[in-house]
Design a protein around this ligand. Structure first.
Ligand code: NAD
Ligand code: ZN
Length: 354
């Protein structure tokens, strides 16, 4: 299947299917005209599983080289960024070269930022290998981390194509699958009530996320992300809806220390929290209880870890780069499938965080 992403700066296809990675050279040819050299950036774990086959295929048509980075969030650093640029320069990549990101969100964000800045920007293709990356590979946000904040150094650089082979998911550890599933759920909750209902009826364990159902969920998730991004590429308006569950989620990740909780687990807690905030503000039931119960079937945490202090979390939520006034701006659900952005008082937040 193909979902087309249309933004002001670029229009590009997202290919989704099982086994489609073997067509990568064709996708490259169709979406990047007159490419000579190809640099594939991947991480240690993914490269051991998939890199060799991909390099062999590319070698039939292109001069292909690869660079492998350590697995994990710590690779979104100035140091690894510098190493990638050095490798690209030393191997004489030029303005007609292409970078392929083979991996999860870490590789995608890093390799995308390398591509965005190498010689003022060269094309890149996303080949996501995690479920979470159905989200991160679409939309063109690329970044590395700074000591003072995650994703603080980055760019908007849309890929020329995204090639999403769902077979990669077969080797993904279950906690990583669950992490990515949180973003699929988020896409349903903020945008599409009937998709969310489908999820809550059809998916009751991570085992259900296989073959047709996994593909359907990914196609829907990507279509929603594509729609939001096409209206608002640079996050001046509704793209902020995608931050549903993330204000508290990010605060929890930061407080526990990155790597001590997956992004998706943080988002799951954040989504339930945002629903509760919405319910107390409107006295209107959004089914936070029902959804929390369903989330727990996948072993998602749905409450704030005991050791975390309300005041610290609140101050983290305020340091979120989206805060404009003194109050925390949160994405809240009006109904399932519809969100609004609301400034929430500290007192209300503190009482619900405690
Ligand atoms: P990740 O890239 O670190 O992948 C998670 C782990 O799974 C890694 O250890 C990786 O080596 C391993 N892995 C990847 N694919 C595998 C496979 N097929 N089989 C077995 N193991 C595999 O993390 P992630 O969760 O994919 O992405 C998280 C990152 O994405 C964060 O840095 C976050 O900031 C970023 N992100 C970016 C956006 C965006 O819009 N750009 C959106 C959401 C998240
Ligand atoms: Zn996220």
């Amino acid at each position: 299947e193909i979902v087309t992403v249309k933004t002001k700066s670029k229009e590009y296809p997202v290919y989704i299917g099982s086994g489609i990675i073997k067509e990568l050279p064709r996708f490259v040819g169709e979406n990047c005209k007159s490419v000579s050299k190809v640099l594939v950036i991947s991480d240690q774990t993914v490269s051991q599983l998939y890199l060799q086959t991909i390099m062999d295929q590319l070698a039939n048509t292109y001069e292909a080289i690869s660079y492998v980075i350590p697995s994990g969030e710590s690779s979104k650093s100035f140091d690894i960024y510098n190493k990638c640029q050095t490798f690209a320069l030393a191997n004489r990549l030029d303005r007609s070269s292409l970078i392929i990101a083979l991996g999860g969100g870490v590789v995608g964000d890093l390799a995308g930022f390398v591509a965005a800045t190498f010689m003022r920007g060269i094309p890149f293709i996303q080949v996501p290998t995690t479920l979470l990356a159905h989200d991160s590979a679409v939309g063109g946000k690329v970044a590395i981390n700074h000591n003072l904040g995650k994703n603080m150094i980055g760019a908007f650089h849309q890929p020329n194509a995204v090639v999403y082979d769902i077979d990669f998911m077969k080797t993904l550890p279950l906690d990583e699958l669950r992490s990515g599933f949180a973003e699929v759920i988020k896409h349903g909750l903020i945008w599409d009530n009937s998709f969310f209902e489908w999820l809550s009826e059809e998916i009751t364990s991570l085992e259900d996320l296989k073959e047709e159902k996994l593909q359907y969920a990914v196609v829907k998730g990507i279509s929603i992300k594509a729609e939001v991004v096409s209206v608002d590429e640079e996050e001046k308006g509704i793209r902020a809806f995608l931050n549903f569950g993330h204000t508290l989620g990010h605060a929890i990740e930061a407080e526990l220390g990155y790597g001590n909780i997956t992004h998706g687990d943080g988002v799951a807690i954040g989504m339930v929290f945002a629903m509760k905030v919405g319910e107390t503000l409107s006295n209107h039931e959004i089914y936070s209880e029902r959804i929390a119960n369903w989330l727990q079937k996948f072993d998602f945490p749905v409450t704030i870890p005991m050791q975390l202090e309300a005041t610290k979390l609140l101050s983290r939520m305020k340091h979120d780069k989206k805060v404009t006034s003194g109050k925390v701006r949160m994405v809240l659900l009006k109904e399932i499938g519809e969100v609004e952005i609301v400034e929430v008082d500290d007192e209300r937040l503190l009482s619900l965080l405690a």
